[in-house]
Design a protein around this ligand. Structure first.
Ligand SMILES: NC(=O)c1ccc[n+]([C@@H]2O[C@H](COP(=O)([O-])OP(=O)(O)OC[C@H]3O[C@@H](n4cnc5c(N)ncnc54)[C@H](O)[C@@H]3O)[C@@H](O)[C@H]2O)c1
Length: 396
């Protein structure tokens, strides 16, 4: 089956992600069927979509007629009397994307049911952030039609989609899914089915190394944030970003990546962050995390030496992580660059950044940290070491 504007798209799970994905598909011209186990999730999703489209009309980005047509293309499937999602209206869908709760058992149950209600050619996709695509697909009789499509929040605004073929996905499925994502105005990158895919893996040191610097007493949160904003050009420093994301969520992602990589020391979760979670200082949503959000955020220290040390350590670890992702075939160099600039708005691609800073200088920084702090966590990636020795670009 071809995936084009004539394809009916099903979305199961009408929460933050599912509602956004449904809107994107409808704006791209598809008829969309949105399902959820809870009627209130469906009405909230539809109301949210109406509001988002009305805002686009106000801003002159969409005509009132186009907004009305988009909404009319979205059909909401009210839950079954039994309290489950009503999947029957998905019978003629050519693509169904699940965005339900992040639970392997629930997702497996759902995709097995989707396999029954859809035609044999329909593509089934998961928006999972942390589960393995292969594990979800393992319950299917036809795992070749299953793929990961990892959107970012909010889906209508964030361009990046990580396309994740599973071990048993059909060889051409990722390319077909990527072509469809491009037709939706998205920027697809292909990621291997590995913990955290590209973004949630390569971004780990932004948080993890900041937490280590805090633990070691090198700098306080305001100084770390100030350094990464002013020297790195990041929109937010790591501590304010963790406060913004929520420490419960950020800690859970780190823990999941660490556990799934068989306790890789680079990803080890931080006790500092665990204590914040235990204390209920979850960040902005709780009014308190590293910062008291009732107050303006503190400006941060102006000790240039400390700032340079902080920035040097975090950027070396980020570039190293990007190199390791390339080395292990998580993605191509070009896709690693796209993922970090379009998925989490990094000011530039990490491999190009590493080239600008000098690969050999980064190797030296990491080897210094290895000697001072331990061999495993700071070991330079073979990709970084090789390119430094060859005098070649990290993008090669
Ligand atoms: N929130 C994010 O930033 C983000 C980003 C990328 C991917 N994801 C992934 O997207 C998925 C959904 O996340 P979310 O933040 O939208 O969650 P959410 O809690 O906002 O929404 C989940 C929705 O799924 C419904 N649901 C739960 N179990 C169901 C079932 N068995 N059948 C039908 N509906 C069911 C719930 O009623 C709810 O409306 C998860 O896999 C998550 O990991 C989330």
């Amino acid at each position: 089956m071809t995936l084009d504007a004539g394809t009916t798209v099903g979305v199961v799970g009408a929460g933050a992600m599912g509602a956004g994905i449904a809107q994107v598909a409808a704006q791209a011209g598809h008829r969309v069927v949105l399902c959820d186990a809870r009627a209130e999730a469906l009405s909230r999703a539809k109301a949210g979509m109406e509001k988002a489209l009305a805002r686009l009309v106000e801003k002159g980005r969409l005509s009132a007629a186009a907004a009305a047509d988009t909404l009319a293309r979205v059909q909401v499937a009210q839950p079954d009397a039994s309290g489950g999602p009503n999947l029957r209206p998905l019978a003629d869908a050519g693509l169904v994307i699940e965005a339900i709760v992040e639970d392997l058992g629930a997702k497996r149950d759902l995709v097995a049911r989707l396999e029954q209600v859809t035609g044999p050619d329909a593509v089934l996709a998961t928006n999972t952030s942390s589960l393995s695509v292969a594990a979800i697909a393992s319950v299917l009789a036809t795992p070749e039609r299953f793929v990961g499509l990892h959107f970012f929040n909010p889906a209508p605004l964030m361009a990046l989609v990580e396309v994740v073929p599973g071990v048993r996905s059909a060889p051409d499925l990722a390319a077909r899914a990527s072509a469809l994502m491009r037709a939706w105005g998205k920027v697809p990158v292909t990621a291997s089915d590995t913990p955290g895919f590209i973004v949630n893996r390569v971004a780990r040191p932004f948080y993890g190394e900041a937490l280590r610097l805090l633990e070691e007493g090198v700098a306080d949160p305001a100084t770390i944030d100030h350094a990464m904003r002013t020297l790195g050009g990041f929109r937010m420093g790591p501590c304010e970003l963790m406060d913004f994301i929520g420490h419960d969520i950020n800690f859970a992602v780190t823990k999941s990546v660490w556990e799934q990589t068989f306790h890789e020391p680079r990803y080890r979760p931080s006790l500092v962050q665990q204590r914040l979670v235990e204390a209920g200082w979850l960040g902005k949503k709780a009014g308190r995390g590293f910062y008291d959000h009732a107050q303006p955020l503190p400006a941060g220290g102006d000790d240039q030496l400390v700032a340079a040390r902080v920035f040097g350590r975090i950027i070396a670890m980020l570039v190293n992580e990007a190199c390791e992702a390339v080395f292990l075939g998580v993605a191509t160099p070009a896709d690693v660059e796209l993922a970090m600039t379009r998925g989490v708005n990094y000011p530039q691609g990490l491999l190009a950044w590493g080239d600008a800073l000098g690969p050999q200088r980064l190797v030296d920084t990491l080897r210094g940290l290895q000697q001072e702090l331990g061999p495993e966590r700071y070991r330079p990636s073979a990709h970084l070491v090789r390119r430094a020795a060859e005098g070649r670009s990290l993008l090669a």
